[in-house]
Every structure is written in C-alpha cells, then in structure tokens.
Design a protein around this ligand. Structure first.
Ligand code: IPM
Ligand code: MG
Length: 356
C-alpha cells in the first residue's frame, strides 16, 4: 500500500522520538512491501519562532491532505509567556479541531517486564492494569470561548459546552471499544455539579440500551481519580469529556510506571487519524539522546492498525518492543537494576533489529 504520512516533530524531544518511529516505519515498509511518503509539518513552538503562528495554514493543509498524521510533542517553557493564541499547544488544539478527531484513545497497560516500575504496591499491580481511556477531544472547556478582561475588574472566563451529538458519538465509541475488550464501560462525569455532566449522563444511559452486552457504570471524576490509584484493575474502558480525560489519562499512565511507553490515537468519522505519545516535549532532556521513543513507535503501530488496516504490521512492531524489553534493554526513564541502559537512537536501532 502507498500511504502519505504527515510528520510533526514539534519541540523538545519531539524530533528525536519521531525520527526513531520513522526508521521503524521504513523497515516495516520494506519488510511488508508498502511505500510510505512523509510530509514534514512544522507545528508548535518551532512554528511560532519561524512563522509567528503555531500552525500556519500551509502546515494544516499538509495534515489534512495526508492519509494520517504522526506527531512527537509540542511546547516548552520558552513559549510560556505568550498569549493563548500564540502558544504551541494552540497549534495542536487547532489541528485536532480541523481534523475533527473527537475520539482520543489512550491505553494504560502495564508491560509485564516493567511491573516493578509502577509506583503502586505490588499487591495492587498484581491484580492487573489494562484500561483504555476514551477521551472526548474536540469539545468542552478546550473549545469553548476563552476571554480575559481587565475592566471593570480583572476577570477570565472559559466556557464549557457540550452538544448532545458530541456526547452521543463519543459515548458510542466508548461502548464499541468496551464491546471489543472486556465489556465494561465506566462513564466519568461531575453530574453533582455540572449541567454538561448531567446531559452526558442522560445520554450515555440512553445509548446503553443499544448495548445490552456492555455493563455501564457511572463514576464522579474525583472518585475516579481516587479509584485509579486504589484499584485500577476495576476499570476496562473509561469514557469521559475532554478536560477530565486529559487529567485522568496522565494519572492512568503514571500508575503503569512509564508514561514514555504510552501511545494514543485520535480519530473522527473517517480513517485519517492523529497519533501521538501521551507524554510532553521534555525540554530538560531534549537533544541529548536520552528520550524514550517507544510511546511514539507504538503510536506509529496504532496508526498502522487503525488508519491503514495493517494489523500484522502493527503486531510486528509491538512484538519487537516486547523483545527489546525481554532482552533487558531500558531507556533511562524505565531503567532498573540489572538492566542495560540505552539512549533514544540506540533504542530505535535495537527495536529495528527485532522487527520481522
Ligand atoms: C495532552 C496534552 C494536551 C492537552 C496539551 C499539550 C494541549 O496535555 O495531549 O494530553 O491538554 O490535550
Ligand atoms: Mg495531557
């Protein structure tokens, strides 16, 4: 197959981790007879520096014309003082909005080889951690109106709004995802306080009638934050709105002990997706060959699986990552005693060698 991939290196460690993922894709192309072509896209702080715009029109066009988009990370302290519209993150939000990728899927699964890296007690980890957060990605607070005014007195407002159709489509993804996994869906809201959550809850229960095979539960977001550290084994699929999903997915990744390992997919109604590791741009270690590229490599695997329908190629990448860990190699962030520490590019190379 011929596929055009828009590639966003971004900021901080972004370019380093993306180039390892591209090497892996190239090897897959040669092993399985595909041809991938890449469109470089400048987005984030690097685009602010060069074009005074975190996502120039031409860059957005490249993404919208590609078969899929693979991203490293954006942002960094250098751009923290900029007004909201010029921040690197705004580029990413505009991209998500323009691509209409409303469904962000973030798996949090413990790799058996890394069980010791979880900050949770062994007795909790041994019950298993394998959950998927389905986060609404193009609505809510992130996409409501943002205003800051000075008169008559300093005030800032962010609007949280959800249309029924936005809730409906993401909840359906939640049910479909649960159906393909262990059949349990937990809908997370703040219905004791927010109108948007009360609407959310009503809709998710209405849709659940179409999915009698999926067991639906509700949980308040504060309780969910607590339950995730108390007993994550109780969760299969969590479906929730944008901001809650942002926060809970960082927490869920941390309990697996290795945020650097976690990929994500963002999809809309078509097959074109946006794939990115869930970690940030780690400016403190940028350019030092110290980053863990596995979250990005696994994001590339998700892209093959969900956008290009290349399941065996995706399996091959995941197996190669498993073999890398089995052979005792670790990047710095997941290093433990007795293992062999490698840098970012060596990690990519060792995974390449294990691809078949
Ligand atoms: C994420 C990130 C982004 C978000 C930032 C960079 C805008 O935290 O993908 O989780 O809040 O969605
Ligand atoms: Mg986040």
């Amino acid at each position: 197959m011929d596929k055009k991939i828009a590639v966003i290196g971004g900021d901080g460690i972004g370019p380093e981790i993306i180039s390892q993922a591209q090497r892996v894709l190239e090897k897959i192309a040669s092993l399985y007879g595909h041809r991938f072509t890449y469109e470089e896209v400048e987005m984030g702080g690097c685009a602010v520096d060069r074009y005074q715009d975190p996502l120039p029109g031409e860059m957005l066009r490249r993404c919208l014309e590609a078969d899929s988009v693979l991203m490293g990370a954006v942002g960094g302290p250098k751009w923290n003082g900029l007004p909201g519209d010029l921040r690197p993150e705004k580029g990413l939000l505009r991209l998500r909005g323009a691509m209409k990728v409303y469904s962000n899927n973030r798996p949090a699964k413990i790799w058996p080889q890394l069980a010791g890296a979880s900050p949770l007690k062994e007795e909790i980890v041994s019950r298993g951690i394998d959950l998927m957060i389905v986060r609404e990605l193009t609505g809510g607070l992130y996409f409501g109106e943002h205003t800051t005014k000075q008169e008559p007195e300093p005030q800032a407002v962010d609007v949280m709004s959800y249309h029924e159709y936005e809730i409906e489509r993401i909840c359906r993804i939640g049910f479909e995802t649960a159906r393909k996994r262990r059949g349990r869906l937990c809908s997370v809201d703040k219905s004791n306080v927010l109108d948007t959550s009360r609407l959310w809850k009503k809709i998710v229960h209405r849709i659940s009638e179409e999915y009698p095979d999926v067991e639906l539960t509700d949980m308040l977001v504060d309780n969910c934050a607590m339950q995730l550290v108390k007993d994550p084994s109780q969760f299969d699929v969590i479906v929730t709105e944008n901001m809650f999903g942002d926060i809970l997915s960082d927490e869920a990744s941390m309990i697996t002990g290795s945020i650097g390992m976690i990929p994500s997919s963002s999809l809309g109604d078509g097959t074109r997706g946006l794939y990115e590791p869930i970690h940030g741009s780690a400016p403190d270690i940028a350019g030092q060959d110290r980053a863990n590229p596995i979250g990005t490599i696994l994001s590339a695997a998700m892209m093959l699986r969900y956008s290009f329908n290349m399941a065996k190629e995706a399996d091959a990448i995941e197996r190669a990552v498993g073999a890398f860990l089995d052979d005792g190699y670790r990047t710095e962030d997941i290093m433990s005693e007795g293992m062999r520490q490698v840098g970012c590019s060596r990690c990519g190379e060792l995974i390449l060698e294990r691809l078949e």
